[in-house]
Ligand binder design. Structure first.
Ligand code: SF4
Length: 187
């Protein structure tokens, strides 16, 4: 049926496209396949028919250039932090970080270790934390659903936070990484 009703307000095309873009993006999340801690083992069952992550449009990709999501799958060692920064900065915007396990929140059982990162958000911007030691696949899926919701609402903005506060993140990263040889800006 043809509708000739003239809208009261002018149509904001940019806003509509942004909404559509967020909707499409939220339903097609590609993960960089890179495990940092024990939690990587809980990602394997997500591929199986029992949990079937692909029904949500979630898939693994072999390189950061093809991905939207980086999962920090548990404790992050000081040595691995440098690689994680390198990988994160190579993912194109907009990009998201899902952090699994208590270790990413406050260090977990490694809270007083000389060798692990305690509060991940001081070094790279986390969009969603999934707590537990280790979170089960159901909890990881729950984390993805929360991430999708945040993307649709325009609230998954860790990548913007990172750019706007790059000086803060770089300062914290350099305090940990002694042999700093990363480029100033990696993307
Ligand atoms: S939260 Fe538990 S399972 Fe996860 S990395 Fe830490 S110790 Fe390992």
């Amino acid at each position: 049926m043809y509708c000739n009703k003239i809208p009261d307000k002018p149509v904001d095309n940019e806003k509509i496209w942004k909404k559509l873009d967020d909707l499409a993006r939220a339903n097609s999340l590609w993960i960089t396949a890179y495990g940092t801690g024990c939690g990587a083992i809980e990602l394997r069952p997500l591929h199986t028919s029992r949990f079937d992550m692909e029904r949500f449009g979630i898939a693994m990709r072999p390189t950061p250039r093809q991905s939207d999501v980086l999962i920090i799958s548990g404790y992050l060692s000081v040595k691995t932090l440098k690689r994680v920064i390198r990988v994160y900065e190579q993912i194109q915007d907009p990009k998201y970080i899902l952090a699994l396990g208590s270790c990413t929140i406050d260090g977990g059982m490694y809270f007083d270790s000389y060798n692990t990162i305690n509060i991940l958000d001081r070094y790279i911007p986390v969009d969603v934390y999934v707590n537990g030691c280790m979170p089960r696949p159901e909890a990881v899926i729950d984390g993805f659903i929360l991430l999708m919701k945040k993307i649709k609402e325009g609230k998954a903005v860790g990548w913007k936070r990172y750019k706007e506060n790059l000086e803060y993140y770089r300062k914290n990263q350099r305090e940990i990484i002694r042999n700093w040889d990363l480029p100033d800006y990696n993307w």
